[in-house]
Design a protein around this ligand. Structure first.
Ligand code: HEC
Length: 250
């Protein structure tokens, strides 16, 4: 494959990982006075909190091959400097091109061969890269995409219904100019802080039992808005999208 953005991203994140582990080993280092033990502990807690936050970005938490899925995600977002997402949407929900959630390796190969606007990608993607990106699109296909917008302390929509046991990719966009911390009540998810005008992806599997939980913004100026997630058998069960038939386009 041609050295492109993907490689750079990979190297960059390796460097970040290295920095993190240095940070961690420093935090774990020997301390003699009580004070330094305590500050060491505090740093360790910060380091762990930082790691947990970094992990919420990974779609792989519930995946079978986290490493492969994560590599695929990077390709999907960066290949040729624009990523598949430029045409298929940041979460493969569809844009100028159709949704890519659930497409498999064979379908992607067919599209690369038959779709004119995708020709320039042939040179950019090695055999392994296609497998990686397919691992990610298939991972997305197994997850129901739920999108919410956080605007002036309110969530749009304010409520969603999800069938019990559904694996969910919950994507929250912070439309505001201040960072927003999401606090969950009733579900076990990390509490990510979404930077201003940024998006966070939370991966979560709905419990098998019916339940109701809420998400709120804990540091927004207006706090009365919530997103209610109702897990109910009345919701439509999620079925992964069928494999599309690729129609050649010059
Ligand atoms: C420059 C825009 C562009 C980029 C970048 C792009 N695609 Fe596409 N892709 C399209 C268009 C347009 C179509 C659909 C054409 C049609 O429906 O006739 C398509 C179709 C597809 C299809 C067939 C799906 C279907 O429902 O017919 C797959 C699979 C696909 N793309 C995967 C990818 C993947 C994976 C990447 C990144 C490696 C990618 N595409 C990057 C524009 C793009």
């Amino acid at each position: 494959m041609v050295a492109g953005r993907e490689d750079v991203t990979r190297t960059l994140s390796r460097a970040t990982l290295k920095k993190r582990s240095i940070f961690l080993s420093k935090a774990l280092g020997m301390h003699t006075t009580l004070e330094s033990v305590l500050s060491g502990l505090a740093r360790l807690v910060t380091a762990i909190a930082g790691l947990a936050l970094a992990l919420t970005d990974l779609p792989a938490l519930a995946g079978e091959q986290p490493e492969l899925v994560e590599r695929g995600r990077r390709i999907f977002e960066t290949v040729a400097g624009i990523g598949c997402k430029a045409c298929h949407g940041p979460f493969a929900e569809g844009k100028v091109g159709p949704t890519n959630r659930g497409v498999n390796e064979a379908t992607i190969r067919e599209a690369l061969a038959k779709i004119g606007p995708m020709q320039f990608l042939r040179e950019q993607l090695g055999d392994e890269d296609i497998k990686r990106v397919a691992a990610y699109t298939e991972w997305m296909g197994r997850h129901l995409l739920v999108k919410a917008l956080l605007k002036r302390g309110r969530f749009i929509p304010e409520a969603v219904s999800i069938y019990p046991g559904t694996p969910v990719q919950l994507v929250i966009e912070n439309a505001g100019s201040e960072p927003a911390t999401i606090a969950a009540d009733g579900i076990q998810v990390a509490s990510p802080t979404i930077p201003a005008r940024d998006i966070v992806s939370i991966v979560w599997t709905a419990p098998q039992t019916e339940s109701k939980s809420t998400l709120a913004c804990s540091d927004c100026k207006i706090k009365d808005g919530t997103l209610t997630i109702e897990v109910t058998k009345a919701a439509k069960p999620y079925t992964p999208p069928p494999q599309p038939k690729v129609v050649a386009q010059p």
